[in-house]
Design a protein around this ligand. Structure first.
Ligand code: HEC
Ligand code: HEC
Length: 182
């Protein structure tokens, strides 16, 4: 019995401390804060099947545009006809140089957060990313993702700041990327 006493003394403060640092949610490993960003219209409007969506109501893109062979639209009307390297001066037309629909394997429309979590971890569907760090890299640094926080024209932004989002991603990876139960 005696030998265990010091262990308890050491372990408890560490657990309490890492809880505090991970902030916000009761469970620092939770996918919930990540889902709240990923399922926001600024992200989900691009993670669609045949056509992107617009606005917080996720209406079909006007004019109707299609995925095309590689996510860049039909040859006659590629995304880059309208979407330039930056938002237009009035912010109305969003812009990032690599603007395109997410691949079909990364479709999120109509999926639950549990399904999105599972597919995000699956190298067969996430673009061949294998390690936690690779899986969250796009969300930490890709210009398409960063755009969601400077979308222009008074569009709403995801519920967490990008900094808090990155903290949530790192905490989730450290915890072994647990997904919510179905
Ligand atoms: C303009 C369209 C567009 C927007 C907006 C967008 N994405 Fe993506 N997303 C893509 C494309 C294209 C890919 C595939 C690129 C790749 O695999 O590198 C992708 C891939 C991904 C992936 C899969 C790769 C991985 O790292 O597992 C995740 C996750 C992701 N996006 C998250 C987000 C989040 C979160 C947001 C919003 C904050 C967002 N995306 C906004 C187009 C978009
Ligand atoms: C003819 C011009 C045009 C073409 C081509 C075009 N877009 Fe758009 N797109 C727009 C305009 C204008 C808006 C802003 C509309 C609004 O917010 O009401 C927009 C908005 C969007 C949004 C909404 C962003 C948000 O969250 O509110 C997405 C996503 C999008 N486009 C993706 C694409 C993709 C992917 C392609 C190519 C397959 C494409 N667009 C081709 C003009 C175009």
């Amino acid at each position: 019995m005696r030998a265990f006493a010091p262990l308890i003394v050491v372990v408890l403060p560490i657990a309490a401390c890492s809880r505090g640092e991970a902030a916000q949610t009761a469970d620092p490993a939770s996918f919930d804060p990540i889902a709240s960003v990923v399922m926001h219209p600024r992200c989900k409007n691009c993670h669609q099947d045949e056509s992107p969506r617009q606005t917080d109501a996720a209406i079909l893109h006007r004019p109707l545009v299609v995925r095309g062979k590689d996510g860049h639209g039909a040859p006659t009307q590629p995304c880059q006809t309208c979407h330039q390297a930056t938002n237009t001066a009035d912010g109305f037309v969003p812009g990032v140089a690599t603007w395109e629909l997410a691949p079909l394997s990364m479709l999120w429309e109509g999926r639950t957060k549990q399904q999105i979590c599972e597919q995000m971890k699956d190298p067969a569907r996430n673009g061949g990313r294998r390690t936690g760090e690779e899986i969250i890299e796009h969300m930490k640094a890709d210009p398409l993702v960063l755009w969601a926080w400077t979308p222009g024209a008074g569009r709403t932004t995801p519920p967490l700041s990008h900094e808090k989002f990155v903290q949530a991603l790192e905490a989730w990876v450290s915890a072994g990327m647990p997904c919510p139960k179905a």
